[in-house]
Design a protein around this ligand. Structure first.
Ligand code: NAD
Length: 416
């Protein structure tokens, strides 16, 4: 398959490959090749200058055999239905892999959130959630945050749904909301925490020390920023970081708390003192031990993969490695912790958030993170065992484990 293949085509190819290894019933594979429901909405939003702009949004319910749909909402200027479908299928696999009683789906709006004022963004959030409201709810679909969305957008989503429903409070309808509205302690750090666990467990397998490990991170948003902080606290050296505008590199290590303060103030990593500016495209090939792609998809293609100097790639982003890119990484003996394992912290803690909302009983950050750590380590070890037994990659082993669980649910429901 060409490197320009769409995200959906690539995800389907991985699904087919894993389904063969897992000896999945072909009727189950056929079912997973199609999302169960797709909503395409267009909705007007009043801009600050009085004009109206029409926006396009999507919500895909990929598969709900294991439970209500769970998956984030992406606000991105180049969002496509194809991407949302691919991310929905990944969520079905990720939720299954992490042992959750949840199906998978995803949402998206074609918008660059940075191009809107705060008031415009609020109106857009309210309009989007109104447009997809019939498809959202505790036992139907529990939308979370993703690229371009955060606890503020999630809080507006929840408020709008509650206003529409005669002010009936229902925190278990939206995840990733602010803590004051029932969000979970520890949710903000959760995805980065899983990335940190991924690096730590990979190091154990490879027999290398986390302390002093040289790490390069693409993207310093919710995932990359937290991964950087947590790894820095563990004594790793973050030698390079980048964002959509550019990158910086310091072979002796970047002071991450200072860098994050700088990013909060200026909106970018460029110009950070004590680090040399690099082109954002150089980030993945700098001299280091671990690469964490934590921004967008398809960035590790064959060309980049052949130049990577790291021993480990921990996929914080969804779909950062192309099919051919992964072949090159594996042929070079690079250990890849796949997205559905490495970035599963967000969805797992969103699931714990819903449990807390339903029980009306709230846990501390320490308790939430301890629960996730136990789930992560058990999952990582089970996947590594499959990987060794079957002589397959960590990604294929993750897919196999996830698919077997979905197959059980589909069969017991009598869908095939
Ligand atoms: P975010 O919007 O908080 O941050 C994205 C970061 O990536 C920013 O620093 C941005 O400048 C940078 N970036 C964007 N385009 C880039 C480019 N072309 N080159 C370099 N950097 C670029 O988003 P996020 O929530 O951190 O999500 C990042 C990735 O992680 C996405 O693939 C997302 O699907 C995935 N993910 C997020 C979560 C979550 O809980 N937020 C969970 C699972 C997976």
């Amino acid at each position: 398959m060409s490197q320009n293949a769409s995200a959906w085509a690539m995800t389907l190819e991985r699904l087919e490959k894993a389904a063969k290894i897992a000896e999945l019933d072909p009727e189950v594979t056929a079912l997973l090749r199609e999302p169960q429901r797709i909503f395409v909405v267009s909705f007007p939003v009043r801009m600050d200058d009085g004009t109206t702009r029409l926006f396009k949004g999507y919500r895909v319910h990929h598969n709900h055999a294991l439970g209500p749909i769970m998956g984030g909402t992406r606000f991105h200027g180049e969002e496509t239905l194809d991407d949302v479908k691919a991310l929905g299928l990944l969520m079905t696999l990720k939720n299954s892999l992490n042992g959750l009683s949840a199906g998978g789906g995803k949402g998206g709006v074609v918008v660059d959130p940075d191009s809107l004022s705060k008031a415009e963004l609020e109106r857009l959030c309210r309009a989007y959630i109104r447009a997809i409201a019939p498809m959202v709810g505790t036992w139907l679909d529990f939308p979370g945050a993703d690229l371009g969305t955060d606890s503020q957008t999630q809080s507006w989503f929840l408020d709008e749904l509650e206003q529409m429903n005669a002010m009936t409070h229902n925190p278990a309808a939206i995840s990733g909301k602010d803590i004051i509205l029932g969000g979970s302690q520890g949710r903000a750090a959760a995805t980065g925490l899983g990335v940190m666990f991924s690096v730590r467990e990979a190091c154990k397998i490879l027999g290398i020390q986390l302390k002093g490990l040289r790490i390069a991170i693409q993207g310093v948003g919710k995932v990359g920023g937290w991964a950087a902080s947590l790894l820095y606290e563990k004594g790793a050296k973050i030698v390079a970081v980048s964002d959509v505008f550019g990158g910086v590199c310091a072979p002796g290590g970047i002071n991450i708390p200072e860098l994050l303060k700088f990013v909060e103030k200026t909106g970018k990593v460029e110009g950070f003192f004590g680090a040399k500016a690099i082109n954002k495209n150089e980030l993945l090939t700098v001299d280091c031990d671990v690469i964490i792609p934590a921004a967008v998809q398809n960035v590790i293609n064959t060309e980049v993969a052949s130049k990577i100097k790291a021993k480990v790639v921990a996929e914080g982003a969804n779909g950062p490695t192309t099919l051919d890119g992964e072949e090159v990484l594996l042929s070079r003996g690079i250990f890849v912790v796949p997205d559905i394992l490495a970035n599963g912290g967000g969805t797992t803690v969103a699931y714990l958030e819903k449990a807390q909302n339903l029980y009306e009983c709230y846990w501390s950050e320490k308790e939430v993170h301890a629960k996730y750590e136990e789930m992560f380590v058990q999952c990582f070890n089970e996947i590594y065992k499959i990987c060794k037994e079957k002589g397959i990659s960590m990604r294929m082993a993750s897919y196999v484990k996830a698919l077997k669980r979905i197959e059980l649910a589909i069969k017991i429901r009598g869908w095939v």
